[in-house]
Write a protein that binds this ligand. Structure first.
Ligand code: PEP
Ligand code: MN
Length: 271
């Protein structure tokens, strides 16, 4: 691949390890869980305690939601970020949230440990340049119509501005299939690992959009040697304001997490 000298794997460029709190991303398995959007302190805290107890080492929660309809819940904004920060401190767990706008990047950094660039903004080059200037790691989701080359070039934009800490996240691409929300491209994981030194994780939630498919695809992602998973969990999915059909309950997440741990151990025995 041309022009990706900063993100490309090479003999003198070993795998990137990103330290966030106690987690060494790229070495330790990254397990991000939490609701699609932050709705209240009770909802965020209740979910956080349960997922941390089940083995999650980073909390997610959206404060700015990129919704298809302008009339759908758009997120709590600053109020949500304050809740997320508080819950992260109380549970001693780092937190991640999505930024949609260049004007929000620097002040959002004051509340979170990692910034997320969503699929819809993967090629928002102004936003990529902006997150490239801050000192927080960036989780860059794959755009739903993007090739691996386009995705890696977007990571290159961030590194080119001086921020070396990028985590890639495969979240499914759009195909002619309509049963699933997107099509999870798991071959992206080993492909990225042979092309780049950056850690790559998988989001089986947005890629399937169906609760029943999340666990099997999470386990398949582990088998593909992903550096981590991002999964949406809600304390009460029926009442979720966003993405309720794909949110796991804390109990379902706990079952999934135990299976992930077993599979990781088994894979360790294979090495
Ligand atoms: C999200 O993770 O909240 C999200 C909106 O995902 P994506 O950008 O992958 O659609
Ligand atoms: Mn969501």
């Amino acid at each position: 691949m041309k022009d990706i000298s900063l993100v490309a794997l090479s003999e003198n460029r070993k795998k990137t390890i990103i330290e966030v709190g106690n987690v060494k991303i790229g070495k330790d398995f990254l397990f991000i869980a939490g609701p699609c959007s932050i709705e209240s302190e009770e909802q965020m805290y209740g979910t956080a305690v349960a997922v941390v107890e089940a083995g999650s080492n980073m909390l997610r929660g959206g404060a700015f939601k990129p919704r298809t309809s302008p009339y759908a819940f758009q997120g709590l904004g600053l109020e949500g970020l304050k809740i997320l920060e508080k819950v992260g401190k109380k549970t001693k767990t780092p937190v991640i949230t999505e930024v949609l706008d260049t004007r929000d990047v620097s002040w959002v950094c004051e509340y979170v440990d990692v910034l997320q660039i969503g699929a819809r903004n993967m090629q928002n080059f102004s936003l990529l340049k902006e997150v490239g200037k801050v000192n927080k790691p960036v989780l860059l989701k794959r755009g739903m119509y993007s090739t691996l080359s386009e995705w890696l070039n977007c990571a290159e934009y961030i590194l080119n501005e001086g921020n070396p800490n990028v985590i890639l996240c495969e979240r499914g691409i759009r195909t002619h299939e309509t049963y699933t929300r997107n099509t999870l491209d798991l071959s992206a994981v080993p492909a990225i690992q042979e092309l780049s030194h950056l850690p790559v994780i998988v989001d089986p939630t947005h890629s399937t959009g169906r609760k029943s498919l999340i666990e099997p695809m999470a386990l398949a992602a582990v088998a593909s040697n992903t550096d981590g998973l991002m999964i949406e969990v809600h304390i009460n999915p029926c009442e979720a304001l966003c993405d309720k059909d794909q949110a796991l309950t804390p109990a379902e997440f706990s079952t999934l997490s135990a299976k992930v741990k077993k599979l990781k151990n088994f894979m360790g025995e294979l090495d």
